[in-house]
Design a protein around this ligand. Structure first.
Ligand code: FAD
Ligand code: SIN
Length: 544
């Protein structure tokens, strides 16, 4: 795009937060003490991955639990790739992060026996009960509570239905001043309702755009999860790491009318068993930890059994816990199943694995800084080193909170030295030479094609042959999509398609780089773990 022709005047704030899930809302609330905040969300602000979180938030809250064991469980799930400093930092700050939510007014389920204490549930890979939750709707409770605070805050301007297209940096504008690093100046943002592109300028920019589940055909993620932050940061010159580690959640509801509905791991944590159509339990055949093995192992076991039996799904059975227990612990899941004619108190739930979480992302430091000055990344879009080759259940919401605070502190430390008003001018967006896309249907064909081949060739079980096929297709599609991008009038569909294509390519290239199987990356060509590969996959910075 040529960036000279003014479409609309510039919006200026001290802080521009792109993304209004848990990470984005939390940092917006924190930063609002120090200046004006613009907070953007792509859909209505209540729509995000955070909103759908069920199981809860992992933290050492039980007096019998130990930080060392939360750290050890995180490392075990991450199969040697977690960063030791990051894991220690996150676990150490866990209790404080939960208290912060309680102080903001979030309510959590109390223990049935001891009403003074919170109920802690258990999930796969955890050696203790340490997941604090609000029944099976933790994300909804957290998001609604924070959103109330955000909406009434005078210094936060929440703007909904805004899709950030790209970041603007000093280097992109050709400003290579001697001794000056590449600095993020703001971004261009499409107002989805009006079709207008606005330019936002800020002293600090925080990416909190979440994950990329929508790159895959089947996912637990809502439609917003198109990896926009990862693609934007990569295009702007940030390193991106470990994109081959896409987490597949073992148990999403299998039903033609159930789009992206998760059946929480807490169901297994509270005793749910995975069975085949003939009633046979199978997890012990795959791992001695059974249903509570880390997610990569359970998802692969289900994939294996489905391929072996030819069945479309397996089943999750918790009927032995009784109706009262099930309805009080899992009201959301019970209601959803009931609405589709499945009574989970009397019959097992049909489930399949689906893409759930992006373990890799934008490389950040312990302060949430990225490679670009003034640009921070927090939440699922970031790669902090916490998750390694497979994320431990319920460590993600915790990571959002811990790194929101870390970024906040770092920004406040640098506030004084950052000019109050921008020195550089940002050119505004120009859509002068573009025309509406003649065949919008081609854009939806590309969407479908990418998501389908990512599922088929870059899914739970991979091979060199399938990855090479996927690479050929994505290279061709990216060229085609770039042409649309330069020639067609910008739309949300096009912005997202361009981003899922970048993210798909990053996943494929990272997967091809890793010549071993580890955690979530399993390839039939290299089925074993290789100690020589015990390092992060960091993709070189993209050429401008
Ligand atoms: P999100 O909550 O996804 O928010 C992203 C925000 O960015 C949204 O507001 C979106 O509109 C906005 N956005 C995206 N792109 C753009 C753009 N281009 N321009 C402007 N705005 C944009 N983790 C746990 O720890 N415990 C759980 O129990 C748990 N359960 C889960 C259940 C489900 C069904 C899912 C999908 C995930 C679950 N996770 C859980 C993972 C966890 O919810 C997410 O990793 C976490 O919520 C991510 O938070 P976030 O703030 O980084 O991103
Ligand atoms: C779940 O409730 O199973 C999701 C937990 C998570 O993704 O951490």
């Amino acid at each position: 795009m040529i960036l000279n022709h003014p479409e609309k005047p510039l919006n200026f704030s001290d802080f521009l937060v792109i993304g209004a899930g848990l990470a984005g809302m939390d940092i917006a609330l924190r930063l609002s003490e120090h200046g004006s905040v613009v907070l953007l969300s792509k859909a209505e602000a209540c729509e995000s991955n955070s909103r759908y979180a069920q199981g809860g938030i992992a933290a050492v809250l039980n007096p019998d639990d130990r930080r060392k064991s939360h750290e050890a469980d995180t490392h075990t799930a991450g199969v040697g790739l977690c960063n030791t400093d990051t894991v220690r930092f996150v676990v150490k700050n866990g209790q404080k992060a939960i208290q912060h939510l309680i102080d903001l007014g979030v309510s959590f389920t109390k223990d049935e026996q001891n009403h003074e204490a919170y109920h802690l549930t258990r999930e796969g890979g955890h050696s203790a009960r340490r997941v604090i939750h609000n029944a099976d709707a933790t994300g909804k409770t957290v998001v609604e509570t924070l959103l109330q605070q955000v909406k009434k805050h005078p210094d936060i301007q929440l703007i909904q239905n805004q899709i950030s297209i790209d970041l603007v940096t000093s280097h992109k504008l050709g400003q290579y001043l001697p001794g000056q690093p590449n600095r993020c100046l703001g971004g261009h943002v499409l107002d989805i309702k009006t079709g207008q592109v606005n330019t936002f300028r800020a002293r600090f920019v925080i990416l909190a755009t979440g994950g990329a589940g929508k790159v895959y055909l089947y996912t637990s993620n809502p439609d917003i999860a198109t990896g926009d932050g990862i693609a934007m940061a990569y295009r702007a010159g940030c390193r991106v790491a470990n994109m081959e580690f896409i987490q597949f959640h073992p148990t999403c509801l299998f039903h033609p009318q159930a789009k992206s509905f998760l059946v929480s791991e807490a169901v297994r944590g509270e005793g749910g068993r995975l069975i085949l159509a003939n009633g046979e339990a199978f997890m012990q055949r795959h791992d001695p930890r059974g249903e509570l093995a880390p997610r990569d192992i359970v998802a692969r076991a289900i994939d294996f059994e489905m391929k072996r039996t030819g069945d479309d799904c397996v089943f999750l059975d918790i009927t032995h816990k009784g109706a009262e227990f099930i309805k009080s612990h899992f009201p959301t899941i019970f209601e959803k199943c009931a609405s589709l004619g499945i009574d989970m108190t009397k019959e097992p739930i049909p489930v399949v694995p689906a893409a759930h979480y992006t373990c890799g992302g934008i490389v950040t430091h312990l302060s949430a800084k990225t490679d670009i000055h003034g640009l921070y990344a927090i939440g699922e879009t970031a790669h902090t080193g916490l998750h390694g080759a497979c994320r431990l259940a319920s460590n993600s919401l915790l990571e959002c909170l811990v790194f929101s605070e870390a970024a906040y502190k770092d920004i406040v430390r640098h506030l004084q030295e950052t000019p109050k008003r921008p020195l550089e001018s940002i050119p505004l967006w120009d859509s002068f030479d573009t025309t509406p896309c003649e065949e919008a249907v081609l854009i939806s064909h590309d969407w479908d094609e990418i998501r389908r081949f990512m599922w088929n060739y870059v899914g739970i079980v991979r091979s060199d042959h399938r990855l090479a096929r996927a690479r050929r297709r994505i290279e061709m599609l990216r060229q085609e999509i770039n042409q649309y991008y330069w020639n067609c009038k910008i739309t949300q569909d096009l912005v997202e398609l361009r981003n899922i294509a970048v993210v798909a390519e990053l996943i494929i290239r990272s997967a091809l780089n890793r010549k071993e199987s580890r955690g979530l990356h399993y390839t039939t060509n290299y089925p074993d773990l290789d100690e020589a590969c015990n390092k992060d996959t960091i993709l070189p910075i993209s050429s401008p």
